[in-house]
Design a binder for this molecule. Structure first.
Ligand SMILES: CC(C)(COP(=O)(O)OP(=O)(O)OC[C@H]1O[C@@H](n2cnc3c(N)ncnc32)[C@H](O)[C@@H]1OP(=O)(O)O)[C@@H](O)C(=O)NCCC(=O)NCCS
Length: 183
């Protein structure tokens, strides 16, 4: 119902539990591509699993915490963006994202997250917007850079071991409200 045009025949809209079927299909198309980089609980299987993920975000949004949005291109859900967390009292939030491979390389995430940061800073009075990514995730790091974020630091080996027993480093990037306004 409420959609923000992103150009390139794409829109950003809330993604809600009733859209679980579309989300499940999107996850099926994106699974292999995003699984190395996002939390395992996000990459649900089947419509019931997808609905659980969306319900989790709906419940959190009702508590003024996390939120999830979808990006539709030519009417098909191809990815989305998240407030992984919102702590309005502390003035801090974290944003995240995913895309199907076919939707990469068009600037959709950079534009969608820019709208979210505008809202966080100008409407919600957030002071610090964070972006957390594995250090090896070059495309994600590039989004943070494109948004004018600064690298705060590296959380060395903070990701639990994968199937090969290898732990991963994570980076914390952020942009502050003043920096966002003067970019
Ligand atoms: C991270 C991820 C969402 C980034 O997708 P992306 O398409 O690279 O990011 P954007 O949508 O912002 O697009 C930027 C790309 O579009 C290009 N582009 C084209 N038009 C553009 C425009 N108007 N504005 C900005 N970029 C534009 C950029 O040059 C860039 O391409 P390049 O990296 O090949 O130079 C995607 O790689 C992904 O889903 N990865 C797996 C899941 C994941 O890592 N999630 C994040 C966990 S922290």
């Amino acid at each position: 119902m409420f959609a923000i045009p992103l150009g390139d025949d794409a829109v950003l809209r809330p993604l809600e539990p009733w859209q679980a079927e579309e989300f499940a299909a999107d996850l099926d198309r994106a699974r292999e591509h995003i699984a190395p980089w996002v939390g395992p609980s996000f990459v649900a299987t089947g419509v019931a699993g997808a609905r659980e993920v969306l319900q989790r975000y709906a419940d959190k949004q009702a508590k003024d915490d996390a939120r999830i949005y979808g990006i539709w291109r030519d009417g098909v859900l191809v990815g989305g963006t998240l407030f992984v967390s919102v702590n309005a009292a502390a003035g801090v939030c974290e944003v995240g994202c995913w895309l199907e491979p076919a939707a990469e390389g068009r600037g959709l995430i950079t534009r969608a997250v820019s709208h979210m940061i505008d809202w966080a800073v100008e409407v919600r009075g957030i002071t610090r917007v964070e972006w957390v990514t594995k250090s090896a995730n070059t495309r994600s790091r590039n989004v943070a850079k494109r948004l004018g974020m600064s690298l705060d630091g590296v959380l060395r080996q903070s990701v639990p071991a994968d199937a090969n027993g290898v732990r991963a480093d994570q980076e914390v990037w952020s942009v502050l409200a003043d920096e966002w306004r003067s970019r």
